[in-house]
Ligand binder design. Structure first.
Ligand SMILES: Cc1cc2nc3c(=O)[nH]c(=O)nc-3n(C[C@H](O)[C@H](O)[C@H](O)COP(=O)(O)OP(=O)(O)OC[C@H]3O[C@@H](n4cnc5c(N)ncnc54)[C@H](O)[C@@H]3O)c2cc1C
Length: 478
């Protein structure tokens, strides 16, 4: 028996369902010539089409090096192949299977449309060669399709989804599985080196970790030291109140089970304190959006969840998009957030909501532009979470913010960055502005001396226009 395990956005050895299953199957086969190889496929054209950020590409690049070391310790070699796009994956897999006499390919299922099409085509190509393709459920605690409401359809509201998730959850679902070392491996290639050039633009991701030990230590630190304060701290961007584990969850360097298991630490969800429960809720939001794209492939095709919102007539001025991207809108909380994104590849959740609301409801620009820009910058870019977050903010999504709830960028700043420390960190040009004016510097007597722009739009006026824009779209029917 010879197997191939195909890594995608599940770049870990610990608790990797496909890898564990592959090692078990190969070990059990007791064949003299048994073997297992691991594969990762770089798809530069596809990544470009998906707006994969150079920083996430760099983290993938670094992670492949450490992953290959971890695999080596299990007696498995990692091969990195390159083809332009997902379309070429089936033939690449078929060729490799023929060359190495592979009987079975193992991979963890992904739920985005292009990924599903890729896997269906691979299944076809492999079965033509009598190679089995086993797709395993790994990404969520509850596999998409297994949590349904009483009517047998998927949940369109988060709260009942979460309630059902918690009711049906059993501690066994968060058990973390370890891979065994493969005793004999005819496909081991001692000299295999991971090529560190991905044929894709990269940006320095060294602020983020690529080794499992440190990532797990971060998870442990957060669960032990910060999770209990999460409820009270999580909305304040100047505080280190959230886990910042999203890049690792997005690339599968951590499994959601590892997070849940570490948080629970032997307890049942009901025994968690309020902070810990709130963090668990966020992991369940992640799952909510994964389930949603599974049931609604249209979301992967640029469509809004709410049909009438496809009629929105975005009337903002195109040049404001670049100002928003650069953080030059004249609203400090928006600009500081965009600087944080541009520099670190990460943005605090509260601010993601603020800048997304600002783009759509103040600048009256299409959420698709924001969604694409985020993907092109985020180190934690994840289609389902990003699309879900954008559609939530733009009020076009499933269980989204109602369209008439429009964040005021001044009061959001005053509420969540009251002393202006976050804003001053990212916009040092505002360092001398008194706290009273830090979120509305244009009102300060010395504004003229600052190297900082005036607001590019008037929030009050834009708010009225936005309300009308949404009413018009809604009125034009579902
Ligand atoms: C407009 C917009 C775009 C977003 N784009 C992404 C994205 O591309 N990738 C991404 O992982 N998250 C995205 N989010 C969700 C959220 O902002 C980030 O997951 C979070 O800020 C990551 O920081 P953290 O790891 O400290 O989160 P924590 O608060 O510590 O939460 C723990 C984990 O739960 C998950 N999570 C938390 N909040 C959400 C949420 N609202 N939706 C889905 N999953 C969540 C993440 O995996 C996160 O790492 C987006 C939100 C908005 C409003």
């Amino acid at each position: 028996m010879r197997g191939l395990v195909w890594f995608r956005r599940d770049l870990r050895t610990l608790d990797n369902t496909a890898l564990i299953q592959a090692i078990r199957t190969v070990s059990d086969s007791q064949h003299d010539n048994q073997g297992l190889m691991a594969l990762f496929v770089v798809t530069p054209e596809q990544w470009k089409q998906h707006n994969l950020s150079p920083m996430q590409a760099d983290l993938i690049r670094r992670r492949l090096v450490t992953l290959s070391e971890e695999l080596k310790a299990l007696n498995v070699s990692l091969h990195v192949g390159t083809v332009a796009s997902f379309n070429e994956c089936p033939s690449l897999l078929a060729q490799l299977c023929a060359r190495f006499n592979i009987d079975q390919v193992f991979a963890n299922a992904e739920y985005e449309v292009n990924e599903v099409i890729r896997d269906e085509a691979t299944q076809k190509a492999l079965s033509a060669q009598q190679v089995e393709f086993s797709l395993l459920a790994d990404k969520c605690v509850f596999t998409p399709g297994t949590l349904l409401n009483k009517q047998g359809s998927y949940f369109k509201v988060f709260t009942p989804f979460k309630k059902t998730w918690l009711q049906r959850f059993s501690v066994e679902q968060s058990l973390v599985h370890k891979p065994k070392t493969l005793e004999r491996n005819a496909l081991l290639d001692e000299n295999m080196q991971v090529n560190s050039d991905l044929d894709y633009p990269t940006a320095d991701s060294s602020k983020w970790h690529s080794d499992t030990k440190t990532v797990i230590a971060e998870l442990r630190r957060f669960a032990i030291e910060r999770a209990s304060d999460y409820q009270q701290d999580r909305d304040f961007p100047a505080i280190d109140g959230t886990s910042q584990l999203s890049p690792y969850l997005a690339l599968g360097m951590l499994s959601v089970r590892q997070c849940v298991a570490r948080l629970l630490n032997g307890r049942h969800p009901e025994q968690l304190d309020i902070g810990e429960q709130t963090w668990l809720s966020e992991l369940i939001w992640r799952e909510f959006y994964q389930h949603l794209i599974y049931f609604e492939p249209k979301l992967c095709k640029g469509r809004a969840f709410v049909p009438w919102s496809d009629n929105l007539h975005w009337q903002g001025e195109g040049e404001n998009l670049a100002k928003w991207q650069r953080g030059e809108t004249g609203y400090p909380i928006v600009d500081a957030a965009m600087k944080q994104l541009n520099e670190t590849g990460w943005m605090h959740n509260r601010l993601r909501m603020v800048v997304a609301s600002f783009l759509t409801k103040d600048l009256l620009l299409d959420w698709h532009d924001g969604e694409a820009y985020f993907m092109s910058r985020l180190v934690d870019g994840d289609f389902a979470a990003n699309n879900g977050g954008w559609q939530w903010s733009a009020s076009t999504g499933c269980d989204a913010q109602p369209y008439f709830r429009i964040f005021n960028p001044i009061s959001q700043g005053q509420k969540f960055d009251a002393d202006g420390s976050f804003v001053k960190k990212w916009l040092p040009e505002l360092k001398d502005v008194p706290t009273k004016y830090v979120h509305c510097p244009w009102l300060w007597a010395d504004f003229g001396s600052l190297d900082y722009p005036e607001p590019i739009v008037d929030h009050k006026q834009q708010r009225e226009k936005a309300l009308q824009m949404y009413k018009d779209a809604k009125g034009s029917g579902d």
